[in-house]
Ligand binder design. Sequence first.
Ligand SMILES: [Zn+2]
Length: 192
Amino acid sequence: MICLGCQRPLPYFKTLCFSCKKQIYHLSTNAKSSDLLTTLFSCQEPLRSLVISAKVERSWVASLHIKKIFLHSHEAKKLSQWADYITPAPSSLWSRAHLKYDLAYILAHHLAKKSSSKLHPPPWNSGWNIKKQSKKKTRRLVPTNEIITDNNQSGRKILLVDDVTTSGNTIQKLARYFPNDDVRALCLCSAQ
Ligand SMILES: [Zn+2]
């Protein structure tokens, strides 16, 4: 095994070395938040490498580790308890085209599972239908009974979840699809 953060060899089965783990916790933004958006980490090394492994190289182990870091966050817990619904930012065209899992979805799915919030699909996501029709591997990740489609309601507390944000544009666009709801957003890291 090699460390997914610094690529140094590890003597036992681990994803990250102790030093990278420690560094990642130092990248915590102490939950920097605006009215709408809360970001948990700054997207610097070694977290950056871990995110690239998950998103670009599609490393399942890296995704699981990120999920663990994300769910461990106090701010994530607080927001998920506040929310009625948790909605992942829509997947990229690349994932839609290749029917791959998506990091934002994994984070949203597990956060919803851990709290009593329900998973709500992104409002515009043509990839969603493709995903639901795809093979068992995806279906295991996307239990259809968790997907609610009542887009005409109002007054709900909706938490949008994304993996990496640069300008916050995606989140702001996404928030506009829920004009009658109370919307907040949670992002794993900021790459500003
Ligand atoms: Zn390392």
